[in-house]
Design a protein around this ligand. Structure first.
Ligand SMILES: CC(C)(COP(=O)(O)OP(=O)(O)OC[C@H]1O[C@@H](n2cnc3c(N)ncnc32)[C@H](O)[C@@H]1OP(=O)(O)O)[C@@H](O)C(=O)NCCC(=O)NCCS
Length: 190
């Protein structure tokens, strides 16, 4: 089932808009039509091969991927030209618990060629997290995994509040503490 896309506006989207990009939440046929070709871009294949081999091999596969699991998806779109916009990046939060932790959602990001390398990733991550916490009414921890060699991703995650909790076989696991974890016994934010 598609979720009508909603324009996202918060303090973090301003920088993105200044660079000609807009953030949307939700999913539609245009997103699933564009993802297969975007997933074959060289830097995406190098860092996250599963996108082109499994998740987004075709629009139908992308549709199934979105449909078969609880996911909150955010896209970074180029400003519309001639009434059409293009997907330039994607973030998703997926319902998935991390063993031995209280984290209930996982996080992933891709920036495609139109937006990659422009120092926009931090704003996109912050804009999506801000909206996700509100929409999902979630205050808990979020986790992710990436390769120890993925320097841009590790730099980005450190800057956006993710902390390393494990490093095994070339994979790093990180957790971003939510507001619930940042409260002391008196319920005050530390
Ligand atoms: C990870 C990703 C989202 C980062 O976005 P980006 O547009 O490349 O990065 P930005 O331009 O916003 O820069 C982010 C940070 O990484 C640093 N960085 C970028 N490219 C780098 C490189 N090749 N080597 C070292 N650092 C790099 C930047 O300097 C910046 O850090 P700083 O602000 O502290 O200087 C993007 O590269 C991407 O989509 N990669 C493929 C998919 C992926 O790896 N996803 C995450 C892993 S699951």
């Amino acid at each position: 089932m598609n979720t009508p896309r909603r324009f996202v506006e918060n303090i973090h989207t301003t920088t993105l808009e200044d660079h000609g990009f807009r953030v949307y939440s939700g999913w539609d046929e245009e997103v699933e039509r564009q993802l297969p070709a975007l997933s074959r871009q060289k830097h995406i294949v190098q860092s996250t091969e599963r996108d082109s081999l499994e998740r987004f091999t075709s629009p139908e596969a992308a549709h199934r991927w979105y449909d078969d699991h609880e996911r909150h998806v955010y896209t970074l779109d180029t400003a519309p030209k001639l009434g059409r916009s293009a997907v330039a990046g994607i973030i998703w939060f997926g319902r998935s618990e991390l063993a031995d932790s209280s984290a209930e959602y996982t996080f992933a990001i891709r920036l495609y060629e139109a937006s990659q390398g422009k120092r926009l990733s931090t704003s996109f991550v912050k804009a999506a997290h801000t909206d996700f916490y509100q929409q999902a009414q979630y205050e808990g921890d979020i986790w992710l995994q990436t390769d120890t060699t993925n320097t841009p991703a590790l730099s980005l995650y450190a800057k956006t509040g993710y902390e390393v909790i494990d490093e095994t076989d070339g994979r790093i696991t990180m957790i971003k503490p939510g507001a619930a974890s940042s409260q002391n016994d008196n319920g005050l934010i530390q």
